[in-house]
Design a protein around this ligand. Structure first.
Ligand SMILES: Nc1nc2c(ncn2[C@@H]2O[C@H](COP(=O)(O)OP(=O)(O)OP(=O)(O)O)[C@@H](O)[C@H]2O)c(=O)[nH]1
Ligand SMILES: [Mg+2]
Length: 220
C-alpha cells in the first residue's frame, strides 16, 4: 500500500516535470538543478557563478529552502529575478513547486534558471524538476567516501564541484579514492575543484557551465 502511494507521488511528479520541460523548451530556457548536503557551498558557488553568466545571459534563480529566505537575500545583490520556495520541512523541491515558481517568472525574458535545491544528498535525487541537468556540489569536509555512500546523485549529475578545496591541507581527504569512485559510478562526469570563498578553480567551472548550457541550446 505504502509503495503504491509513493509510486503515485513519483508518477505525478514526473508528469509535471515533463510539462515544466515543455514550458522551458517552448521559451528556450535552460534549467540547472544544484544539489548538495546542507552547507556544501551551493549559494556561495552561485554567488561566484552568476556574475559571469550575467554578462551574456538573462539569469533567474529558484531558491529551495525548508525555511527562511536567507539564500535569496544573499543573491539579491545581482538584481535578477529570484523566487523563493519554502518547503516547510520537506527535504526536496518537486516539479509542482517549480511550476508555481514559473508563474512568478517571465520565461520569455530568460535564458537560464539556476535552481538551488534543499540541502540534502538523497531526497532531491528522486524528484525530476524538468531541468536540463544536475550539478552535484560536495565539500571536502564531507569526506572522500560520499560518492560511494550516496551514489544516486553522482550517477545522475552532469558535473561534480568539489568545493572548499582550500580546506584540503587540514583534513584527511583521499583525492584518488574520490576520483576513482566517481569514475566507477559515472565515467562521463566532469569534476571541478573550487574554493568558492577564495575564488579559486572557478574559471574552469564557469567556462564549462557556459559551454554545457550552449550545448543544451543546440540539443533543443
Ligand atoms: N572554507 C570554505 N568555506 C566555504 C566555501 N564555500 C562555502 N563556504 C562556507 O560554507 C558555509 C555554507 O555555505 P553556503 O553557500 O551557505 O552552503 P549551501 O550549500 O548553500 O547551504 P544550504 O543552502 O544551507 O544547504 C558558509 O559559511 C560559507 O562561507 C569554500 O570554498 N571554502
Ligand atoms: Mg544555500
Amino acid at each position: 500500500m505504502e509503495i503504491k502511494v509513493l509510486k503515485n507521488v513519483l508518477d505525478k511528479n514526473m508528469n509535471q516535470a515533463e510539462q515544466n520541460r515543455q514550458a522551458l523548451m517552448k521559451h528556450n530556457v535552460k534549467m540547472v538543478n544544484f544539489i548538495s548536503s546542507p552547507g556544501a557551498g551551493k549559494t556561495t558557488l552561485l554567488e561566484k557563478t552568476i556574475p559571469t553568466l550575467q554578462e551574456t545571459m538573462n539569469v533567474a534563480v529558484i531558491e529551495g529552502d525548508a525555511f527562511t529566505s536567507k539564500d535569496a537575500e544573499r543573491l539579491q545583490q545581482f538584481n535578477i529575478p529570484i523566487v523563493q520556495i519554502n518547503t516547510e520541512g520537506t527535504c526536496h523541491l518537486d516539479s509542482s513547486s517549480i511550476e508555481s515558481a514559473f508563474a512568478e517568472l517571465d520565461l520569455q525574458e530568460l535564458d537560464i534558471i539556476l535552481t538551488e535545491n534543499v540541502g540534502n544528498l538523497i531526497c532531491p535525487t528522486a524528484f525530476d524538476l524538468g531541468e536540463d541537468f544536475r550539478i552535484a556540489v560536495l565539500s571536502t569536509t564531507e569526506g572522500d567516501d560520499k560518492p560511494a555512500k550516496y551514489p544516486m546523485l553522482f550517477r545522475q549529475a552532469r558535473a561534480v564541484v568539489l568545493n572548499k578545496a582550500d580546506l584540503l591541507p587540514y583534513i584527511d581527504f583521499d583525492n584518488e579514492t574520490f576520483k576513482k569512485d566517481l569514475q566507477d559510478l559515472n565515467p562521463n562526469l566532469q569534476v571541478f575543484e573550487t574554493s568558492s570563498t577564495l575564488g579559486t578553480g572557478l574559471w574552469n567551472w564557469v567556462e564549462w557551465l557556459e559551454v554545457a548550457l550552449e550545448k543544451e541550446v543546440k540539443r533543443v
